[in-house]
Design a protein around this ligand. Structure first.
Ligand code: COA
Length: 703
């Protein structure tokens, strides 16, 4: 059994490619692939394979892999599903490295068993499988078009990884129509083996790839994908289009964390955490890709809008807010830069208004001023058609400035709105790679994506923080539950778990006698709460098993007697383990903190506004674990209710450090044991700054 699992480079830059199932029939996929490989001028050697032998497109056809004299880096499989396994076995004997399996008829139609058998066999023999159920791959470096998609793939800097084959083929067509050059396009299909994370290993360092677009339907090994994406986004922009905004997976959830962790919310949050840009539509993704393929990165956050119309300037300003593009607002410096180039009735406040009289020359001067100013880092140049518009001067003005900005190393985006002539101009310039849009919002969305990427790159590398957990103590608590075949912890066990993680819980003790109850109450301090401890009584307060606001020993003694009496009356044979005496927690801000194992992404963490309205407000944020302290802070800042923690209307600031601390500790707890599937604290009561907080109620579910 060999273990020569190969470097992913040989998938993208194979020296030899075999096509198993190459056909003489021009209507078959096995012919089209050979045709595309030949037509695209592949730099390596091609070996069509078909038992009939002969020639295809002038290439000698080999009856079997065994007849090929060379080592094979990539063997594309284009035979019917039932013949695939045997073909894979033959490839193993010939030490093939990569097996893109075009054939359909596997897990996508329920035939998971055959797919597993093939992948297991391939992996055992040191081969990696791409697909099955794919259209193939294109890779610019060896000039390889090993797909049955379009023949003419425009060369460029955008790499596309797609789970959908049909959409991938359509995207090739669209890329050509939009003059968007590709450095690679690769279909992952059923992702039985190779997935996005594997492919990024090649694409991230690949010099010709400037931007990576991923169309994703489902995530399989999410924890690994998160690690890879985090690093990838530091190097180059990664754009994702995610299909399937379903709530599937959340339905059967047994905790708030589960039901709030809808697939979309978690996916969105984790992509943001990884610095990945999520596009709303294919058009938006393409716009971003084209922009990234030509744009330089900004040197700072200050943007200036230059316009000839007030209205369009306002729309752009709104869009800048929406897409988090910062507008430069130092009025004095703006005036210094722009007053020499702004007409009399114009404005030098951002947006810079060159007025309806602005000609190409006015734009030239204003753009040049912006380009030379160190205070301005990027520019949005807008134009509304006026009677003064003429193609002859605007076309060179826009293109000339774009090139000049590129050389200076400053991003610029244009938008031009108007009639047929303006539209034609826009079209012509777009074809030449100038970032110009009819709709100003599209222009701002591109700049917003650029800035999201810029900010992620500029963020200092954070070390994830974890707290040490006494695993022996943890094991003891979990084993007690296991012994009783419970998939959850009892309240006091859950509390014990929190104590192990040093999460503050109310002081409490279980009394077995009246004397003990009074003594514990004295020790804990008044007021206290008494609660029956019995697994036979589920809804404790309904049967009179709970007493609140007990202010002195006499009240404790009375309540003790009353609780026992009520419980016996309710269920005479109930086993009563004792009465819990606990500190009565004073009111404060209620926070919910949860951690669970997401079916796609593995361990995730949630924080939000807690209490009984949590499901209604749905004000929560998520991250994949592990996280850094800064991530924890960012999670809180993402909440709409974050101002409540800062203190509203003269209220004092809450103890945010305690929330962060508990958040990190809950994360550490989940990571400390594979046996824990869900931890949820609701509420964590948080007091004023410096006064801490306390986890009042906790639920823990076991895997
Ligand atoms: N070794 C080599 N060649 C073999 C072979 C083997 N073990 N078994 C069959 N072949 C040859 C056949 O003889 C045939 O060549 P021919 O035309 O010269 O006779 C060729 O391979 C193809 O086999 P055929 O039975 O004609 O199948 P097909 O071309 O109709 O379909 C697939 C094959 C793989 C394309 C088809 O089964 C399939 O899965 N189609 C869907 C593909 C798809 O959509 N993928 C996802 C895209 S997103």
């Amino acid at each position: 059994m060999s273990t020569h699992t190969s470097d992913i480079k040989w998938l993208f830059e194979p020296r030899t490619v075999a096509v198993i199932g190459a056909s003489h029939d021009p209507n078959k996929i096995g012919y089209k692939i050979v045709q595309n490989i030949v037509a695209n001028g592949y730099a390596g050697k091609v070996f069509p394979i078909n038992p009939k032998g002969g020639e295809i497109l002038g290439l000698r056809v080999y009856p079997s892999v065994h007849d090929i004299p060379d080592e094979i880096d990539v063997a594309l499989i284009v035979v019917p599903a039932k013949a695939v396994f045997q073909t894979v076995q033959e490839c193993a004997a010939h030490r093939v490295k990569f097996l893109p399996i075009i054939s359909s008829g596997f897990s996508e139609v329920g035939n998971l068993e055959e797919e597993r058998k093939i992948v297991t066999y391939a992996r055992e023999h040191g081969m990696r499988v791409l697909g099955p159920n794919i259209f193939g791959l294109y890779s610019v470096t060896p000039s390889l078009n090993a797909s049955f998609g379009p023949r003419d793939i425009p060369k460029g800097n955008v790499a596309i990884v797609t789970q959908s084959g049909a959409l991938g083929v359509a995207m090739i067509g669209k890329a050509a129509a939009e003059r968007m050059g590709l450095s690679a396009i690769i279909s992952v299909g059923n992702k039985a083996d190779i997935d996005e994370a594997d492919l990024l290993e090649y694409l991230v360092p690949h010099p010709q790839t400037r931007v990576i677009l991923i169309y994703i339907e489902g995530v399989k090994n999410g924890a690994r994908l998160v690690r890879v994406l985090k690093r990838a986004s530091k190097e180059k922009p990664v754009i994702v289009i995610k299909a399937g905004r379903s709530k599937r997976g959340a339905i059967a959830a047994a905790s708030h964390t589960g039901s709030l962790a809808g697939a979309t919310e978690v996916f969105d949050a984790i992509m943001r955490q990884c610095g990945v840009l999520r596009a709303e539509s294919i058009q938006e993704a393409f716009d971003w890709c084209k922009f990234f393929a030509t744009s330089v990165l900004p040197q700072g956050a200050e943007t200036v809008i230059i316009t000839n119309g007030g209205g369009i300037g306002v729309i752009a300003t709104d869009a800048c807010e929406k897409y988090s593009v910062e507008l430069y607002d130092d009025l004095q410096i703006l005036e210094k830069i722009f007053s020499p180039v702004t007409p009399e009735f114009g404005s030098t406040k951002n947006p810079i208004d060159l007025t309806g009289q602005a000609t190409a020359e006015h734009y030239n001067r204003a753009l040049e001023a912006a380009r030379h100013s160190a205070a301005i880092h990027s520019v949005l140049a807008l134009y509304c058609e006026t009677a003064l518009f003429d193609v002859a001067s605007f076309e060179p003005m826009i293109e000339g400035n774009f090139r000049a900005f590129q050389e200076t190393g400053k991003p610029v985006v244009f938008s031009a709105l108007g009639g047929e002539k303006v539209e034609q101009l826009t079209e012509t310039l777009r074809r030449r790679g100038v970032p110009i849009f009819a709709d100003v919002t599209e222009a701002v969305s591109c700049l917003g994506a650029l800035y999201a990427h810029y900010h992620y790159r500029s963020k200092p590398e954070e070390v994830s923080q974890s707290f040490e957990i006494d695993t022996k103590a943890l094991k003891r608590v979990l084993e007690a539950a296991r012994r009783e075949h419970r998939a959850f912890l009892l309240a006091h066990e859950a509390q014990q778990l929190l104590r192990i993680a040093r999460i503050p819980v109310p002081k409490s003790a279980i009394a077995r006698t009246l004397d003990e109850a009074v003594r514990y109450a004295d020790e804990i301090g008044y007021p206290v709460v008494l609660k029956v401890v019995s697994r036979d009584i589920l809804h404790k307060s309904d049967v009179g098993g709970v007493a609140l606001d007990l202010d002195n020993p006499q009240e404790v003694a009375d309540a003790y007697g009353a609780i026992l009496h009520n419980c016996r009356a309710y269920k005479p044979d109930a086993v009563i383990d004792g009465i819990e005496v606990s500190q009565q927690v004073s009111p404060g801000t209620q926070i919910i903190i949860g951690a669970r194992r997401d079916p796609s992404f593995g361990p995730i963490l949630m924080v939000g506004l807690g209490g009984i309205y949590v499901e209604v407000m749905k004000d929560v944020s998520f991250r994949a674990l592990p996280i850094s302290r800064q991530d924890a802070i960012d999670m809180l800042k993402e909440l709409k209710s974050y101002p409540l923690l800062l203190g509203v209307r003269g209220e004092e600031k809450r103890d945010i450090d305690t929330v962060i601390d508990v958040l990190l500790r809950v994360g550490s707890l989940l990571l400390a044991s594979e046996q824990i599937s869900d931890i949820e604290i609701n509420p964590l009561i948080v007091y004023e700054h410096g006064r801490g907080g306390v986890a009042v109620d906790a639920r823990v579910l076991l895997a």
